[in-house]
Each structure stands twice: as structure tokens, then as C-alpha cells.
Ligand binder design. Structure first.
Ligand code: GDP
Ligand code: IMO
Ligand code: MG
Length: 457
């Protein structure tokens, strides 16, 4: 038994995702014995850079690059077994041992090919009727969570009983094929090469889905686990645990820019429900926050800039920040830092500290703008309102700050940051009321400044 009691840290994105959660989870794992994903699915894309080598993760927790650390996929995650094994094989090729270290909750709802078909067909239907697309990743995340909430999902544990699996799959296919064909005109849609093997005349076929699932069942069985029990046991033994959030607070299905959101709760509170631990086990909530804002997909974005026009600050963020999605390759929209949005995030997550990432991307910008509130329907407010319609009507109120010319790339000592950069960070902490605990100055694991230790605070 270890002398000290374990400290558990929740890592969440405070904006619209892609804040650099993966880099920080990998870095923080140096002092954790277990890392758990608690929501989302393979819509996530987390990039780790270790000694110059890049690894992209979608489903597997970002602690996997530290040998010996246990990784968990909690019940709150929607799981595509196909994508999981694709990712495992990629890591194994790179010499990373995964199977003996990965535990998957038996309660995870499965993402199956008809979920992706529904996702794509719904987006096409929105487009055809002139409604702005959500801009989903097309991975079937929303439809899989719908099945979960409707209490008809096939879960990981169903893979252990082929007969039960077959019966439930037949029922699900009857429903979803009806929707696909009757409401979504699937027989006239092209779903792309990945879904072609499963779809005939717009209907998803039983045999290829069932056969593939049974193959995955055999591979998955050794990793199936009671994740809740194992996490509680590690905690009781004094281990430190990391709870890795995917997406970001403004993509949260309740607290985000609804309906332009993902279909899960991305906020810190869901770390408990999505992994099977009590909220009292969550000691510190670290909010990963980009030094500016980005968003991929549709929906309102009050501080968005023209990021396609050369010579503008938005173009600078987009190009210097290499703002392209890891999952879909789409360009991320870019804009000024939004402190009124971060205040909302701090509120709904109960943030203990901030980690400001990509500070280096702002190097060389003469002037920085910080949104400190909005004008909405003739009134001034200092907190992001809820829901897309109200947010779309917000006009940002900016405060201007001088930028810096010196490079901050790779700086690991706070005192070595330019004074203007320190002023910017301090202003963010002041306006949001949350201390800056960590600063990231390059994609590399080691280029990280620690101000307040989440495992000690
Ligand atoms: P996540 O989804 O929150 O894990 O973030 P992503 O990995 O999708 O996107 C963040 C991107 O920024 C990745 O390409 C990272 O390698 C990169 N990144 C992370 N931190 C920094 C940083 O401090 N500076 C720079 N320049 N890039 C960073
Ligand atoms: P990470 O973990 C950025 C966005 C999609 C779309 C909306 C709904 O890398 O930060 P979905 O496929 O989830 O139904 O799409 O959510 N989205 C993300 N944006 N980063 C992510 O994950 C995202 N995961 C989903 O672009 O706007
Ligand atoms: Mg990402």
C-alpha cells in the first residue's frame, strides 16, 4: 500500500475542442497510474508529439504512450470496435503494447455501421432542406447515443452472447433501415467506400455487420472489464488517476451551442458518471484552453475572424497554428480569445486551474484582442449565453493588448516569457477568475511550464 492517497485529475476542453488535451494528458500521465476516457468516441482526435514523433489517437486514452500505465475506456464512451482495432494495430506497429494495458467497459454502447449511415444521411437531409449542417464528423456518434438513451443499444457485453446480439441487431436494423429508406432517402445516397460493404439499396445488411461484430467480439473479450470496479480499486491503492475529456465544453449537449454540439456531456461532472466513480473522487479540474479560439463544423462563433485572408490575424492563427482537424482533415475556423465564453466554461466545469496552450502561435502578432463580453439585444453581458440562437446574435466587446515579437516556442520557464505574453496570461486569469496552472509553448511533450501542480493543489 502506498503512503499517500491518490489524487485524481479531470482534463476537459473549455472551448470547441482541439485545445491540446491529448498533449497535456500524455504529459500529466508521467505521474498517473491510470487514464480513463469517459465520453465521446472516435470523433475525437488527439495529437501527441514525443521526441518529434507524432501520434494521433481517437479512442484510446492519451496515456497509452507511457509504458505500464493502465488505460480505460469508460461506460460513457460510444465504441466502434472496428476503429478500436485499427488504432490498436497502428500503435502496435509503432512498438506500443496496448492489449495488456487497455480495459474496456462492458457497458459501452457499440457504434455500428448503420450509425454512421444515419449520421451522414441526416446531414445530407439538412443540407437538402436548406438547414445549416451540424458539421458532424460523420462517425455515427449522435445516432449511437440516441440508441443508448432509447434503451435499445447493443453494448459491449452483448458481444459475449451471439444469440442475444443477433436478436437485438435484427430489431435495430428493422428500425434504422426503415428510417434510412423512408425518411432519409438512403437508396439515393452515396455513403462512400467505408460503408459500401454493409449497404445494399440504401439498407444496412445483417450479415456483414453481424459477422464483423463476432470477429471483434473474440478480440475484445480479453479487454472487457468492470471499469468502475478497477478504477475504485486503483484509487483505494493510492494510485493517481487521470480522466481524459474529449471535445470541449461548448460542444457539450447541454451546455454548448445547442444544436451545434456533439451528443455527449463533455463537462467535468460527466467524468464520474462516464467512468463509474463517485464525484468525490475528482480532486482537480484542469481546463485546457487555447490562447485563441477555434471551431470545426457549423454553429455560432462570436469572435470568429476571416481566417482565410492572407496577412490577417485569423490567417496567422490558422497557418502558424496548423489548424486542421486530426479526425476529418477539415480546416478549423479561428478567432480571438473569448473570456466571456471561458467564464461559462469555468462555471459549468468548476475549473480548478487553466492550462493555456498554443501561446507560441500568437508570437509576432502586433495586437491581441480579448473578448470580455457581448452586446446582445441592446444589453451588455459578460457571460456567454446558452443556445445557438442567442449566441449568434452576440456582438463581442473587445479589449486590446499589445502582442510580442520574441519567440516563445519551447520556453519552459515562466520568467523567460516576454512581458507582454505574461500580461496576456495574467489578464485571462483575472477576467475569468481561474488561475493559470500550466502553459504549453509547442506541440512537444516537454515544452510545458508548470505553475500549479494539479496533483498537489
Ligand atoms: P485535442 O483534441 O484537444 O487533443 O487537440 P488536438 O490534438 O486535436 O489539436 C491540438 C493541436 O495543437 C495538435 O496538433 C497539437 O500537436 C498542437 N499543440 C498542442 N499544444 C501546442 C502548443 O502549445 N503549441 C503549438 N504550436 N501546438 C500545440
Ligand atoms: P477533440 O476531442 C473538435 C464537432 C464536430 C461537429 C460537432 C458534432 O479532438 O477535441 P459529432 O461527430 O461529434 O456528432 O459532431 O462536434 N466535434 C469536434 N470538434 N474536436 C473534437 O474532438 C470534436 N468532436 C466532435 O466537428 O461540429
Ligand atoms: Mg482534437
Amino acid at each position: 500500500m502506498k503512503a499517500t492517497k491518490g489524487r485524481n485529475v479531470v482534463v476537459v476542453g473549455t472551448q470547441w475542442g482541439d485545445e491540446g488535451k491529448g498533449k497535456l494528458v500524455d504529459w500529466l500521465t508521467e505521474r498517473a497510474q491510470g487514464v480513463v476516457r469517459f465520453q465521446g468516441g472516435h470523433n475525437a482526435g488527439h495529437t501527441l508529439v514525443i521526441n518529434g514523433v507524432k501520434t494521433a489517437l481517437h479512442l484510446i486514452p492519451s496515456g497509452i504512450m507511457r509504458a505500464g500505465v493502465k488505460c480505460f475506456i469508460g461506460n460513457g464512451v460510444v465504441l466502434s470496435a472496428a476503429k478500436l482495432f485499427e488504432e490498436i494495430q497502428g500503435l502496435e506497429k509503432a512498438g506500443v503494447e496496448v492489449r495488456s494495458r487497455l480495459r474496456v467497459s462492458e457497458a459501452c454502447p457499440l457504434i455500428l455501421p448503420f450509425h454512421a449511415a444515419l449520421d451522414l444521411a441526416r446531414e445530407a437531409a439538412r443540407e437538402n432542406s436548406g438547414v445549416e449542417k451540424i458539421g458532424t464528423t460523420g462517425r455515427g456518434i449522435g445516432p449511437a447515443y440516441e440508441d443508448k438513451i432509447a434503451r435499445r443499444a447493443l453494448r459491449v457485453q452483448d458481444l459475449k452472447d451471439p444469440q442475444r446480439f443477433a436478436t437485438k441487431l435484427r430489431e435495430l436494423l428493422a428500425l434504422h433501415n426503415h428510417v434510412l429508406k423512408t425518411f432519409l432517402g438512403s437508396d439515393k445516397l452515396a455513403f462512400g467506400a467505408a460503408l459500401d460493404p454493409y449497404i445494399k439499396n440504401g439498407e444496412v445488411q445483417f450479415d456483414p455487420v453481424y459477422e464483423e461484430a463476432m470477429r471483434h467480439a473474440e478480440l475484445l473479450k480479453p479487454m472487457m472489464a468492470d471499469v468502475s470496479k478497477e478504477l475504485n480499486e486503483l484509487h483505494a491503492a493510492g494510485d493517481n488517476l487521470l480522466f481524459e475529456g474529449a471535445q470541449g465544453t461548448l460542444l457539450d449537449v447541454d451546455h454548448g451551442t445547442y444544436p451545434y454540439v456533439t451528443s455527449s456531456n463533455c463537462v467535468a461532472g460527466n467524468a464520474a458518471a462516464g467512468s463509474g466513480v463517485g464525484p468525490g473522487m475528482l480532486h482537480y479540474v484542469l481546463g485546457i484552453t487555447k490562447a485563441y479560439c477555434t471551431r470545426v463544423g457549423g454553429g455560432p462563433f462570436p469572435t470568429e475572424l476571416d481566417w482565410e485572408k492572407e496577412g490577417t490575424p485569423g490567417y496567422h492563427m490558422s497557418t502558424v497554428g496548423a489548424e486542421k482537424g486530426v479526425t476529418t482533415g477539415r480546416s478549423r475556423r479561428c478567432g480571438w480569445f473569448d473570456a466571456a465564453l471561458l467564464k461559462r466554461s469555468a462555471q459549468v466545469n468548476g475549473l480548478s486551474g487553466l492550462c493555456i496552450t498554443k501561446l507560441d502561435v500568437l508570437d509576432g502578432l502586433q495586437e491581441l484582442k480579448l473578448c470580455i463580453g457581448y452586446e446582445l439585444d441592446g444589453e451588455t453581458i459578460d457571460l456567454l449565453p446558452m443556445g445557438a440562437d442567442e449566441i449568434a446574435r452576440c456582438t463581442p466587446i473587445y479589449e486590446s493588448m499589445p502582442g510580442w515579437t520574441d519567440s516563445t516556442v519551447g520556453v519552459v520557464d515562466y520568467a523567460k516569457l516576454p512581458q507582454a505574453a505574461r500580461n496576456y496570461l495574467e489578464r485571462i486569469a483575472e477576467v475569468t477568475g481561474v488561475p493559470v496552472a500550466i502553459i504549453s509553448t509547442s506541440p512537444d511533450r516537454d515544452h510545458t511550464i508548470l505553475m500549479q501542480d494539479p496533483y498537489q493543489a
